[in-house]
Design a protein around this ligand. Structure first.
Ligand SMILES: Cc1cc2nc3c(=O)[nH]c(=O)nc-3n(C[C@H](O)[C@H](O)[C@H](O)COP(=O)(O)OP(=O)(O)OC[C@H]3O[C@@H](n4cnc5c(N)ncnc54)[C@H](O)[C@@H]3O)c2cc1C
Length: 442
């Protein structure tokens, strides 16, 4: 079926043949196509899960979930969503060790982006919890683990599908005693205060995230709401049965008209959000859904950005370049390019994957509607800032980086490309992202 595909930001669509091979044999046959890439639930923001004029392999058919062992190990198909996994796992007292801000992400997509959650400073990214996986490449099927073919195992995390199609993953789950999270919330009037509080709390909180108001100016620039917490231990006498997350009850039915999200409406939204948060609250019990995946309550919310879509710009910088976060927010606030509340998190040590995004320090994610003429120049400027700080931009969110900038941000790209050539010498595996950034050329 020939289909137009985009990422979650709904920019830069392209047409491709869409198939959904459900066995490794069928995937291997499909990988003979001259230009081919896997696709999960389309939650990467840019052009990673599409290839114009080529073949896109939807992983939805790889949907088996094996039994969860007493040690919390589970083997599952790469097309299983985090939502499906949680539906099975939470009632048995298990949780995914790392979850992004939406549970509408497939396991294959989680591996390919090496996703992180609010707990990177404690638990690392997805790769740290994967014990084994099966990878179908144009030259054969590989059973990988940190011990067996470690170079290909690690290279697959953050590879954005360019080492092959992951068919199956064995994941170590996290034991939980309750489906509630105990959350502390604090409001801060400026960015320095919230950043100091986050560093100070690194050792005390498993989960930590700050929402930053990038529309506030002057003394209130960078005002933030910090939420931190951990899984609750079950209260005595509680029914040990935990509850699975609820599906979204509301949906955005049509694409919003252009300009709905403009500086005035976004400033008003940010103001409401900020005022709704308590100044200081301790130990509030929240459901897993509302703490980890608040946006999943509103299906298709990306349509609110209108027909031109939006860009998410997420960067990471080391601790000694914390001022890059402040400078980026100051430039954004001064530019009046509208931006919803930005998300600020802490990162702990990265992993051995050559293209994995997280590195110790800070990460900031900005949601920016496409439209303002100054947006492109502003983001190019931020790229330069990030490079000067020895940081990088997240490929799973990207739709506009340049090949030069990506090489400065990911110095191990050459090593990655050489490895990819060993399992795919004719370079069948490619995507619009890979073509734009020349990722297969190293
Ligand atoms: C609201 C929202 C919040 C988010 N929050 C976070 C966050 O907190 N942290 C974070 O890290 N990310 C976050 N993301 C990004 C998201 O987690 C990643 O982009 C993830 O890769 C999406 O998975 P997917 O199944 O939708 O994959 P897709 O977007 O369809 O594909 C992403 C990449 O995975 C590859 N891929 C998919 N399946 C396979 C497979 N079987 N084998 C090999 N490669 C495959 C594709 O080729 C592509 O390169 C968020 C996204 C949204 C929309």
């Amino acid at each position: 079926m020939r289909t137009r595909l985009t990422g979650w930001g709904r920019t830069a669509g392209s047409f491709a043949q869409l198939d959904a091979p459900a066995t490794e044999e069928a995937i291997a046959a499909a990988l003979r196509a001259p230009a081919v890439i896997a696709r999960g639930l389309g939650r990467s923001y840019g052009d990673a899960a599409q290839v114009g004029g080529g073949l896109v392999l939807d992983n939805a058919g790889l949907n088996a979930i094996g039994p969860i062992g007493p040690d919390g190990l589970v083997t599952l198909g790469a097309g299983v969503s985090i939502e499906d996994l949680l539906t099975v796992a939470i009632p048995q007292g298990w949780f995914v060790p790392v979850t992004p801000g939406t549970r509408q992400v497939s396991i294959g997509g989680a591996v390919a982006a090496d996703v992180h959650g609010k707990n990177h400073h404690v638990d690392g990214s997805f790769a740290r919890h994967v014990r084994a996986m099966r990878l179908v490449t144009p030259t054969g099927v590989h059973a990988l683990s940190p011990e067996v073919e470690p170079a290909l195992f690690w290279a697959t995390f953050g590879a954005m599908g360019l080492t092959g199609v992951v068919s199956e993953v064995t994941l170590q789950l996290l034991a939980i005693a309750s489906d509630q999270v105990l959350v502390d919330t604090d409001r801060y009037d400026d960015l320095d205060e919230v950043m100091a509080a986050m560093v100070e709390g690194d050792d005390r909180y498993r989960y930590s995230v700050a929402w930053v108001d990038c529309m506030a100016r002057g003394r209130r620039m960078g005002r933030s709401i910090l939420t931190r917490g951990d899984h609750a231990s079950a209260p005595a006498g509680d029914d040990p049965t935990n509850h699975a997350p609820r599906a979204a009850r509301l949906a955005v039915p049509i694409t919003a008209p252009p300009g709905l999200l403009n500086p005035a409406t976004i400033t008003a939204f940010n103001e409401l959000w900020f005022r709704a948060a308590p100044r200081h609250r301790v130990g509030e019990a929240q459901s897993i859904g509302s703490f980890f995946h608040p946006l999943d309550g509103l299906r298709d919310w990306n349509r609110l950005y209108g027909p031109r879509g939006f860009v998410q710009y997420q960067f990471a910088v080391p601790d000694d370049a914390a001022e890059t976060v402040t400078t980026a927010i100051a430039r954004l606030s001064a530019s009046r390019v509208p931006s919803f509340l930005a998300v600020l998190k802490r990162f702990g040590p990265g992993d051995p994957a050559p293209l994995s995004f997280p590195q110790p320090g800070w990460t900031l994610a900005l949601d920016l509607p496409v439209g303002p003429a100054r947006l492109a120049a502003l983001l190019d400027e931020l790229d330069e800032l990030v490079i000067a700080a020895r940081g990088r931009v997240y490929l799973a969110k990207d739709s506009r980086l340049s090949p030069q900038h990506v090489r400065a941000m990911y110095p191990r790209l050459g090593e990655f490309a050489a490895l990819a050539d060993t399992i795919d010498p004719e370079r069948h595996l490619t995507s619009d992202l890979a073509r734009r950034l020349r990722l297969r050329e190293g």
